[in-house]
Design a protein around this ligand. Sequence first.
Ligand SMILES: [Zn+2]
Length: 230
Amino acid sequence: MRRIPIHNAKVSRVAPPVSSSVVYLFISRLGCTVTGVAIKPRGVPYHELAPEHMVITKLDGEIVEATFRPSSDLATHLEIYNNFPDAGGVPHTHSECATSWVQGQRPIPCLGTTHGDYFHGEIPGTNCLTPDEIAGDYEKNTGIVICRLLQNLDSKSVPAVLVAGHGPFCWGPTATAAAHKAVILESMARMAYYTVTLAGDVQPIASELHDKHFLRKHGHGAYHGQVKDK
Ligand SMILES: [Zn+2]
């Protein structure tokens, strides 16, 4: 789901799935007045999904434009958007390798610079929802569990969490950036799985190496990439 301005909302492009296990969307529009969100409709297969199928809502969940009912995960996403105004897109997948770490209830450690290039720290996991949280407003409570975990973390440096017993949620400043994070997370989770399979006693890379790779690409001191003309 992506946060978008909702007046005259038009979802201009919905990309096809990039693989059978990682599905993501590109969403964009013109104009900008009021902020809302665009989310996938409930029960429409990804291979049939078209821009006009997307459901547009305000941040309180009020429907603005819709042909179909919104995804049942709407309340989870709204909780994240309302608590983290910088989130411009929140992909949620059940991608195989990332979800395997979720099901193992283990954070994904930083075992190499591929991880360090994108995430400044391990990918953390949430607590399990309590029976009352599951029996109550389950989708909203899933969002609350995510936001509770992020209270003590830098959500820009580690833009992903593993929701216990469920799957990963990522975010980014735009829908495209957020989708990219979901793809990278899955690739990283696969490499981490292979690594711990080959060497069960492997340790995370040194904090100096982790810092170097993350900070040269992100933040004020970033120097990676092409130098722009002044
Ligand atoms: Zn899910």
